[in-house]
Write a protein that binds this ligand. Structure first.
Ligand code: GLU
Length: 281
């Protein structure tokens, strides 16, 4: 069964880029006789707002999209995130990290290191809090937990996934790339008890998503997701990373691009068909 999803974060208005992403996913599901699901990615409770969530439902309904109820909300899923963190902790694959952003930037750009290397999760962690042996005892709460990438890829030569988006391919990312170009990513943030990477993987599995459709900006993060699926014994969906909608200067639209909010186009009298047409759909 073909099943895909659109997974916005209710931290601002949906703009043209979101409309494109949601429509691509919806159209693919329709064409395959499959299912389109909506998921609210509201783990960032400090930034998520009910009003933005309501606006998401409103904008997507206006666009002509329909989805089954109830909608999964990440803020209801902490028990599943905790269970996965426990499983990874028990395998010795996580360690607590007490570094601030400033500590990491300073350590990663120490004179002998040169400019800090960037991975899909920001500056590649220089390993300050990683010990030679995995920590023992129960999993600590209320702290940042990182994946020990070197340990996580032991016995794995590469992670592989099928990409059907802008650049279709059988993608293979080596263990060496994961260690050196991705590094020890955060799986639980101190203030959240989870992270985007962990939640997205567990939720896609729980919703039995067969095809993950999303923007090309997340292509590099997919190696992390496929590795987590492998460590947690979850199935690998097919990935479809679509092109990004850019502004006139060629910059991709960000959350703060309120000028391109769907609601604004709506209030100016644009129809859903007009919107499809400016998006090339
Ligand atoms: N919540 C993510 C975003 O708004 C979606 C990530 C995904 O589709 O995997 O960018």
């Amino acid at each position: 069964m073909f099943r895909t999803r659109f997974a916005p974060s209710p931290t601002g208005p949906l703009h043209l880029g979101h409309a494109y992403s949601a429509l691509v996913a919806f159209d693919m599901a329709q064409a395959a006789g499959g299912e389109f699901l909506l998921r609210i990615e509201d783990i960032d409770l400090a930034r998520a707002k009910d009003a933005w969530e309501r606006q998401i439902y409103d904008d997507l309904t206006w666009l002509g999209l329909r989805w089954p109820q109830p909608v999964m909300r990440q803020s209801d899923r902490q028990p599943a995130y905790d269970a996965a963190l426990d499983a990874l902790w028990d395998q010795g694959l996580l360690y607590p990290c007490r570094c601030s952003r400033a500590d990491i930037a300073a350590a990663a750009s120490a004179p002998q290191e040169g400019a800090p290397l960037l991975g899909p999760d920001g500056v590649i962690y220089p390993g300050t809090c990683r010990d030679a042996l995995p920590p023992t005892g129960p999993r600590p709460q209320g702290v940042t937990l990182r994946l020990d990438m070197e340990r996580a890829v032991r016995g794995i030569d590469a992670v592989r996934f099928t990409e059907t988006g802008t650049h279709p391919a059988a993608v293979s990312i080596t263990a060496e790339h994961l260690v050196h170009e991705v590094g020890d990513v955060v799986l639980a943030r101190r203030d959240m008890g989870t992270s985007y990477h962990l939640s997205v993987v567990l939720d896609d599995a729980a919703q039995q998503i067969s095809h993950v459709t999303r923007g090309e900006d997340l292509f590099d993060a997919t190696s992390i997701h496929v590795l987590l699926q492998r460590l947690l014994g979850l199935p690998h969906p097919v990935y479809h990373h679509h092109r990004l909608i850019r502004d006139d200067a060629g910059k991709r639209l960000a959350k703060r691009d309120d000028a391109r909010a769907i609601s604004l186009y709506r209030s100016e009298g644009m129809s859903p068909a007009d919107m499809r047409s400016i998006l090339g759909l």
